[in-house]
Design a protein around this ligand. Structure first.
Ligand code: KIV
Length: 270
């Protein structure tokens, strides 16, 4: 069973693989395929729930998805991604929400979209035994402030702030750091500056690991960001299977005799 400590120790030793999953069957596939970390991302909002951002995702939605993923995962570390405003407003409420994912839903760690406001909270959660994955660079929960899902760390000042916050979260006890959509040379710099592993998305090859949204990786999304790669065509496969089903039902080929049973001695059953 992979733990937060195991992942921390992978820095510089093994390239970490992380994918999102939001349900039991997907988690089982991702875990069986050997992924190190399964993230129950708040990207569930866009990927599965039909929202156009992660902003509306609720604690209950993440909790229910975390439970499903944790029940289906044997080896990987399950990380629950805390939704917008579920942390950082009030300390005891933040602890309660994060604790619920560990205590009731079976996650092994939580992820917080990080900033200056999460340094102390990270320290407190870690003191209480809740492992924290930090997240810097593009933090999609700030979409309304950023005005879009734009690249971050592109000025010297921004890059310095990301570097400082990475160090501060390491010091606060975070066991790893997601870096999203920052220049590859900044990701390299951050990776060299801290001892905990960096896990990149849209940050080039030099992080200690990589993460993608599973729908993008397997080709289920109808849109995916330019830095993602589709390693399959699940959308095409599903569409073709559904079209075959429709044709078989309409054409009278399904159900076939092997899908049905006949009972002649009805009185024997009732
Ligand atoms: O919610 C999510 O899927 C994420 C990853 C993209 C890192 O935060």
């Amino acid at each position: 069973m992979t733990t937060a400590d195991t992942v921390r120790e992978m820095a510089g030793e093994k390239t970490i693989t992380m994918l999102t999953a939001y349900d039991a069957p997907t988690a089982r596939i991702v875990d069986d395929a050997g992924v190190d970390v399964v993230l129950v991302g708040d990207s569930v909002g866009n990927a599965m729930l039909g929202y156009d951002s992660t902003i509306p995702v609720t604690v209950d939605e993440i909790a229910s998805r975390t439970g499903a993923v944790a029940r289906a995962t044997d080896d990987a570390l399950v990380v629950s991604d805390m939704p917008f405003l579920s942390f950082g407003v009030d300390e005891s409420e933040s602890i309660e929400h994060c604790g619920r994912m560990i205590k009731e839903e079976g996650a092994g760690a939580v992820k917080l979209e990080s900033g200056p406001h999460t340094v102390e909270l990270t320290e407190r959660l870690v003191q209480l035994g809740i492992p924290v994955m930090a997240h810097l660079g593009l933090t999609p929960q700030r979409v309304n402030e950023l005005g879009g899902y734009t690249r971050q760390g592109t000025t010297e000042e921004d890059a310095q702030e990301i570097l400082d916050l990475a160090r501060a979260h390491e010091e606060a006890g975070a066991f790893s750091l997601v870096l999203e959509h920052v220049p590859a040379n900044l990701a390299t710099q951050v990776t060299e500056a801290i001892d905990i592993p960096t896990i990149g998305i849209g940050t080039g090859p030099d992080c200690d690991g990589q993460v993608l949204v599973v729908n993008d990786a397997v080709g289920l999304s109808d849109w995916s960001p330019p830095f993602a790669e589709q390693f399959g065509d699940v959308r095409g496969e599903m569409k073709s299977a559904v079209e075959d089903y429709v044709a078989a039902v309409e054409g009278g080929e399904f159900p076939a005799p092997e899908h049905s049973h006949q009972e002649t001695e009805v009185e024997d059953i009732y």
